[in-house]
Design a protein around this ligand. Structure first.
Ligand code: AMP
Ligand code: MG
Length: 196
């Protein structure tokens, strides 16, 4: 049986750091797949964008086509090895929040777990200010809070369409990182039962 863990969290929450550290400690080899990378490959091939931060500004129906193509690739990979899918539960676009996994897309991937990494809005703002690599939108603490609320709501709908379990992992400044990593390792180690 394929084993897919979706890892979500708003930009600046520490998702990439936790993921990298967890993969060094897990008992089974996971394939780390970035959903945005797969969508971006498709988008560039179709001549739609030049930079990944342009994707969220595309017409929502076009973004959905890209999501579906990326989802089909993931199904192919997950037949052979467990997949850790780095992605977003919702995407803040200029038109409004876009679901990261509309029904057809979540029904294609059928993840085993939806992990949400969370931190407080002020922790997230601080981390964003220290990472200037990305073309990130400037948000207030209230907007960050609303985005995290919507991501929890979105996770419910993903569980509804896939039987996934939801795991909320907090990543706080004071010694939160190690605990967060260990929680994720615990989820990933469940894959051992599926591939042997
Ligand atoms: P990231 O590098 O993970 O921040 O993702 C880069 C971009 O990929 C995001 O800004 C979105 O445009 C796109 N992306 C990633 N995951 C999804 C998703 N599930 N649905 C739609 N777009 C996504
Ligand atoms: Mg990232």
């Amino acid at each position: 049986m394929p084993f897919v863990v979706m890892i979500t969290g708003i930009p600046g929450v520490g998702k990439s750091t936790i993921t990298r550290l967890a993969l060094q400690k897990v008992n089974i080899k996971f394939r780390l797949v970035n959903f945005g990378d797969l969508m971006f490959e498709e988008a560039v091939e179709s001549g739609l964008v030049h930079h990944r931060d342009e994707m969220r500004k595309l017409d929502p129906m076009i973004q959905k086509e890209l999501q579906l193509k990326a989802a089909r690739k993931i199904v192919g990979i997950a037949r052979k090895e467990p997949v850790l899918l780095d992605t977003h539960a919702t995407i803040r676009t200029p038109m409004g929040y876009l679901l990261g996994f509309p029904r057809e897309v979540i029904e294609t991937i059928r993840p085993n777990f939806v992990v949400i990494i969370e931190a407080t809005p002020s922790e997230i703002l601080g981390r964003r200010l220290r990472d200037l690599k990305r073309d990130r939108d400037v948000e207030t603490e209230e907007q960050i809070e609303r985005h995290q609320d919507l991501n929890r709501a979105a996770a419910i709908s993903y569980a509804m369409h896939s039987d996934a379990l939801i795991k909320v992992i907090e990543n706080h400044e004071d010694k939160g990182l190690e605990e967060a990593v260990n929680e994720l390792v615990g989820v990933l180690n469940l894959a051992v039962r599926e591939y042997d």
